[in-house]
Every structure is written in structure tokens, then in C-alpha cells.
Design a binder for this molecule. Structure first.
Ligand SMILES: O=C(O)CCC(=O)C(=O)O
Ligand SMILES: [Fe+2]
Length: 279
């Protein structure tokens, strides 16, 4: 099995894209409207930021969860005991952002949100009637002006050989949110688990945009759209000395949005963050 890259300009792009999401939880788009140059610039300037001590001035605040998360407190994926090998910065438009990095990252935040709204429209359009009728409001509306949508700038440092036994860049996990929009990183490593439990590479050609379903959309669609497990494996050979930067945008509905009979977006998120021990 292979993940096919879908051309955003092709006539039946929306249909193919939604089929891919349904099959694998992932869809990969080429020739989409997000500027490659902007993404490339962001990778470069945030790489510099992660190399600098300035990051220590932006240590995350536990109450608001914006700012810099050092490797020493980095995430442990649900069901795992070993920490991921990564550090990251949580960008919210209302949160703290280094002044010199603000303009590009907020432009990206806006553009990626616009693309996400369009893609959620496709996901709704191609959902069968008995699935779509349970959406409490149109999917693109769920994320409109949401203060919860999180842009995470990730830095996976070069492998030094002193990593904890069994640690990988990102252990297998599912995303909590509605959908995730992720430009291909500057290095490979992202894999998704298929229905027959094998791991396949997500095409990582620079310039692709990768979209995956999160648990909230799985919940809202009664399981029709699957939130699939993915991970980032460690590099081998000469790639070991390279950093990897990636930029997932986690689309979160407004807190009061009803996802299902059991959950609002807020009650769902709180339950998951409690499970993770983050709150
Ligand atoms: O770095 C990547 O390519 C994926 C990161 C990821 O899956 C996450 O942070 O949830
Ligand atoms: Fe993820």
C-alpha cells in the first residue's frame, strides 16, 4: 500500500483527497496554494531560533501552553513511557512569539487556516448524508476564528547517540484535534500505520502538504473518518547529524462546538489533556 499524492489543481482533487482520508486517515496534496518560499523561510528562521539561547526567554506557561517546550519536558505519547526526542514552540496568535519571527509565522497561520477551512468543506461535501447530518454545525464553521487552533513549530535535534533507549523522534500517536495541516518537513521520517498494521512512509517531497484526521473528527463522524496512528522515526547514516523541522497546524474547534452526543470540543480536549497528564 502506498499513499498517493493528489494534485490540488486536478478536477477531481476534492473527491480523491477525501477518499484517501477515508482509506488511510491521511491525504497528501501537491500544487496547493500555500507558499513554499514562506515555509522554507520559516524552517530557516526557526532553526536559528532553536539554536539560540533566546528560546529560554520564551519558556511555556503551564496555564496557557504557549511558548517554548524544551526537550527535557517534551511529550510522552499516550501509552508510552519514553519521551520523544524533540523540542517545540507553541504558536497562538494571542500568545508570545519572538518579535522578529512574528510576521511570517502569523502569515502562515492565516493561510493554513484558510486552506483547512476549504478542506473541511470537501470533507463535509463528500461525507454520506447519514454521517453529515450529525455534524452540529458545518465543519468549516467549527474552526472559524478559533483561539484554540495551535501551530506547533517542531525541532528534532541531530541524533547524538546518548538518547534514551527506545526513544524516537515522535512515538506512535493520534492527533486529538479535528484535522492537522502539515507541510512536508525538511527531512523524511513521518510514517502512518495502515489497516493491516504495517507502517508506510508519508511522501515527504518538499512542497507537499499533508493532512490527517484527528480524534475529534473521528468522534464527530461516528468513526467514518479514521484518526490513524503516525510517528516520526529516527534518521540513519549521515542523516543522523541533521536537524528536522516541521510545522503541524492542529485545527481545534471553538470550545463550545458540539462534537457528538458525548462531547463538546472543550470536554473532549480536557479529557485527553488529563489523560496525558498535561493538566
Ligand atoms: O513532525 C512531523 O512530521 C509530525 C509531527 C506530529 O505528528 C505531531 O506533532 O503531532
Ligand atoms: Fe501527530
Amino acid at each position: 500500500m502506498k499513499l498517493e499524492t493528489i494534485d490540488y489543481r486536478s478536477e477531481d482533487c476534492a473527491k480523491q483527497f477525501v477518499e484517501s482520508l477515508r482509506e488511510t486517515g491521511f491525504g497528501v496534496l501537491s500544487n496547493h496554494p500555500i507558499s513554499k518560499e514562506l515555509v522554507e523561510t520559516i524552517y530557516k528562521e526557526w532553526y536559528e531560533f532553536f539554536q539560540s539561547e533566546q528560546k529560554q526567554d520564551f519558556l511555556f506557561k503551564p496555564e496557557t501552553q504557549d511558548g517554548f517546550f524544551p526537550a527535557s519536558i517534551s511529550e510522552t505519547a499516550k501509552g508510552h513511557t519514553v519521551k520523544d526526542i524533540k523540542e517545540y514552540f507553541h504558536v497562538y496568535p494571542w500568545g508570545r512569539i519572538p518579535e522578529s519571527l512574528k510576521q511570517n509565522i502569523l502569515a502562515y497561520y492565516k493561510h493554513a487556516n484558510q486552506l483547512a477551512a476549504e478542506l473541511l468543506g470537501w470533507i463535509e461535501q463528500y461525507a454520506p448524508e447519514d454521517v453529515a447530518k450529525h455534524f452540529s454545525i458545518p465543519l468549516p464553521k467549527m474552526i472559524e476564528d478559533s483561539q484554540k487552533t495551535l501551530l506547533r513549530v517542531l525541532h528534532y535535534p541531530p541524533m547524538l547517540g546518548d538518547e534514551e533507549l527506545g526513544a524516537i523522534r515522535a512515538a506512535a500517536h493520534e492527533d486529538i484535534n479535528l484535522i492537522t495541516v502539515l507541510p512536508a518537513a525538511n527531512e523524511p521520517g513521518l510514517q502512518v500505520q495502515t489497516k493491516d498494521d504495517t507502517w508506510i512512509d508519508v511522501p515527504s517531497d518538499f512542497g507537499n502538504i499533508i493532512i490527517n484526521i484527528g480524534d475529534m473528527l473521528q468522534e464527530a463522524s461516528g468513526g467514518y473518518y479514521p484518526s490513524t496512528s503516525h510517528r516520526v522515526i529516527n534518521p540513519e547514516g549521515t542523516d543522523k547529524t541533521k536537524s528536522r523541522i516541521s510545522l503541524p497546524l492542529f485545527l481545534h474547534p471553538n470550545p463550545e462546538v458540539v462534537l457528538s452526543e458525548r462531547y463538546t470540543a472543550d470536554s473532549y480536549l480536557m479529557e485527553r489533556l488529563r489523560e496525558l497528564g498535561v493538566i
